[in-house]
Write a protein that binds this ligand. Structure first.
Ligand code: MG
Length: 362
C-alpha cells in the first residue's frame, strides 16, 4: 500500500463506555461533548491533515470542519476498531488516539509527530503517582514493582502507518494500546513526555470539575461628592462616592455582571434598571445577593473570584479584608478563594473608579 506524506489522526470512538454507565463521549464539557472537544484538538492542529473516526458519525457541527473526516465502523474490540481504521488511513504517519481524551494540547501532538519522524514511534507517558501493586486471585499483594520504573501510557500514539499495520498483522491476543502491539513486533517504542491534563474520561465524575464556567464583568463610575464611596459593601470614604443611581458600588456591579455573564443572563442594567425608583440609592449588595441566589438556584457554587479595582484615593489596603469578608458571605465562598487587587491610575483618571471581576462557577 502506498501512503502519501502527511498525518492522519485515527480517533477510536467505538467504546461502549461500560465503566461510565453512560456514553462518556457524549458527556458535555461546557457547550461541547467530549468527542467534539477531542476532534477539535486535532482539527485545529496545522500538521494534522485529516481524521479517521472509528465507531461514530461525525457530529453535526463538524460536518464542514475544513479537513476531511472519514468515518469507519467500529469492531468488537478496541484492537479490531483500530485495524478497521488503519485501512482508511492514506497518509504515511498515523496518530492513534482515544476519543475519550479531550484535553490533548497542540504541543503534545507536535511532539508526537516529531517523535515519529526521529524515532519511528512516539508514545506519550506520564509518571505513575500511586504505588502499583500486583494482586493475586486471593486478593493478596504479591508483587511490588518500583514506581520509578513505571509509566502510564497515554495517546495520541504516533507511528508510520505501514509499521503499525504490520505490527497488528503479527499481533495475537488483546492489547490495551498500540505501544504494546508495536513493541511486540519491533521492540522498544520511543517515549515522549505526556501531560497529566491529557487524561481519559472514564466516569461521569471525571467531567464534574470541568463543567466550570467563567464570567467577566467591568464597571466604571464617575466620582463626585454626592455620597459615601462604597466598594464591595465597605464605605472607604465618607464622601467622594460616584454619580450613580444606586449606592454606586462599582466593584459589586462588576462582580454582579461577571456572575450574570457566567450564567448567560442579561446584564445588570437590564436586570436592575436605573431610573427605577425602587433602586434609587439601593444597596448594591442586594443586586449581588439576587444574582448569587440565581446561581445557587441553578445548582451552581462559586469556585473563585478575582476583583481588580483602579482608584487613586483613598488607599484601599486597610479595607481589603472587609471587602473579602462581604463577598465571602454573599457568595458563600471561602475568603481564600477571593483575590482583590488595588491599583491606581497613576493620576491619569483621578475622578473615576474602574473595577474588573472574573468569577468561576461550577
Ligand atoms: Mg455601575
Amino acid at each position: 500500500m502506498y501512503y502519501r506524506k502527511g498525518v492522519t489522526a485515527l480517533i477510536v470512538a467505538a467504546g461502549k463506555s461500560e465503566r461510565a454507565g453512560e456514553d462518556k463521549l457524549s458527556l458535555m464539557l461546557g457547550s461541547e461533548s467530549v468527542l467534539e472537544r477531542t476532534l477539535c484538538a486535532f482539527l485545529g492542529h496545522p500538521k494534522v491533515d485529516g481524521i479517521v473516526l472509528v465507531g461514530r458519525e461525525v457530529p453535526e457541527a463538524y460536518l464542514n470542519a475544513g479537513k476531511p473526516i472519514v468515518t469507519v465502523r467500529g469492531g468488537s474490540t478496541r484492537a479490531d476498531s483500530v485495524k478497521n481504521g488503519l485501512k482508511a488511513v492514506e497518509t504515511d504517519i498515523v496518530l492513534i488516539h482515544d476519543g475519550a481524551r479531550p484535553f490533548t494540547e497542540a504541543g503534545l501532538i507536535s511532539e508526537v509527530i516529531e517523535g515519529v519522524l526521529s524515532f519511528r514511534s512516539a508514545i506519550p507517558v506520564v509518571p505513575v503517582a500511586d504505588s502499583v501493586r500486583i494482586i493475586n486471585k486471593e486478593g493478596e499483594l504479591v508483587e511490588f514493582p518500583k514506581r520509578d520504573t513505571l509509566s502510564a501510557a497515554q495517546t495520541p500514539q504516533g507511528f508510520y502507518t505501514a509499521d503499525i499495520t504490520e505490527a497488528y498483522r503479527r499481533f495475537e491476543g488483546t492489547p490495551t494500546d498500540e505501544s504494546e502491539v508495536y513493541g511486540r513486533a519491533f521492540g522498544k517504542a520511543h517515549a515522549v513526555k505526556g501531560r497529566v491534563e491529557n487524561r481519559k474520561i472514564t466516569t461521569k465524575e471525571d467531567v464534574l470539575g470541568i463543567k466550570a464556567v467563567v464570567g467577566s464583568g467591568w464597571d466604571l463610575h464617575r466620582l463626585g461628592d454626592v455620597k459615601p464611596l462604597k466598594i464591595c459593601g465597605v464605605a472607604v470614604a465618607p464622601a467622594g462616592g460616584s454619580f450613580s443611581w444606586s449606592d454606586g458600588d462599582a466593584a459589586y456591579h462588576a462582580v454582579t455582571d461577571a456572575i450574570l455573564s457566567a450564567l448567560g443572563e442579561k446584564d445588570i442594567g437590564q436586570r436592575f434598571p436605573d431610573k427605577d425608583p425602587k433602586f434609587k440609592n439601593a444597596d448594591s449588595g442586594l443586586f449581588l445577593k439576587d444574582v448569587a441566589e440565581l446561581a445557587f438556584g441553578r445548582g451552581k457554587t462559586f469556585l473563585s473570584l478575582s476583583v481588580a479595582i483602579e482608584l487613586d484615593s483613598p488607599k484601599l489596603a486597610p479595607h481589603i479584608s472587609g471587602m473579602r469578608r462581604n463577598l465571602s458571605e454573599i457568595l458563600n465562598i471561602s475568603e481564600s478563594r477571593i483575590g482583590i487587587t488595588a491599583k491606581t491610575s497613576e493620576g491619569t483618571s483621578p475622578s473615576v473608579i474602574r473595577c474588573w471581576a472574573v468569577v468561576t462557577l461550577v
